[in-house]
Design a protein around this ligand. Sequence first.
Ligand code: DGL
Length: 271
Amino acid sequence: MDNSPIGVFDSGVGGLSVFSELIKLLPDENYIYFGDTLNLPYGNKSVEELVNITSDIFDFFKSKNVKAVVMACNTTSALTYDILKNKYNFKIYPVVQNVSKQIADKNYKKIGVFATLATINSHAYKKEITSYNPSVAVYEYACPKWVNIVENKLMDEPESVENIKTNLDVMMKNNVEKIILGCTHYPYLLKVLTRFEKEELFINPASYFAQSIAADLKSDDMLSLTKNFDPVFYVSSNPEKFISASKLFYDVKSAQKIEISKSSEKILHVF
Ligand code: DGL
């Protein structure tokens, strides 16, 4: 048993799609959510920038004495987890690495991945999935506009719908059986995506992810028994905008703005 909190982070509201699945399976945990709205979007940033950002966030969670950090963010899981994974004494759960086996085990022949530019360029999903099942063909496609569409609640704008449909049409030319929504923000667009394709086509990795985290904490006897559900939300800028965009996955009532960045000299420190 371990009553220390679990940290969950993402660049903004996207990680709430993971948080909302996590709390269904682990309602007795203490949660600290950090939405890095100041640095959003992560998907266009370099590895160096993302390592600095992630290590600032890990240091923040360390100061909160967390037992585990959930890297809800696909982009940082793909680009910074391997670099930082041994530098902290809490458990670290990266989304891409934690869900790929379960997806590979389904034996699909052709899988699509929609994700940020940085995640797609890293080929993290393709590498992970084919490491478990080399016979799957993985088609990766970046959707750089989608994070801003979600954060700014622009999903019903004709321009957004057109962009979403165009990306979907390109992907569907590959005759994929499933499409992984490989960015936590993308499940917020299901209402638009399902105007053109059936909901069953899309994989929101969040439920696989929550299952693997719950199983791991349980097997290591690290579950909390506090029964005192009271998550705390922090953001690095504009709490009002975060609260307003949150509603689809979790109705955040209040969020506190904090400054955690120490950055610039860290590039030298990390590499
Ligand atoms: N939602 C994050 C992800 O899963 C990051 C998106 C972004 O900020 O570009 O990749």
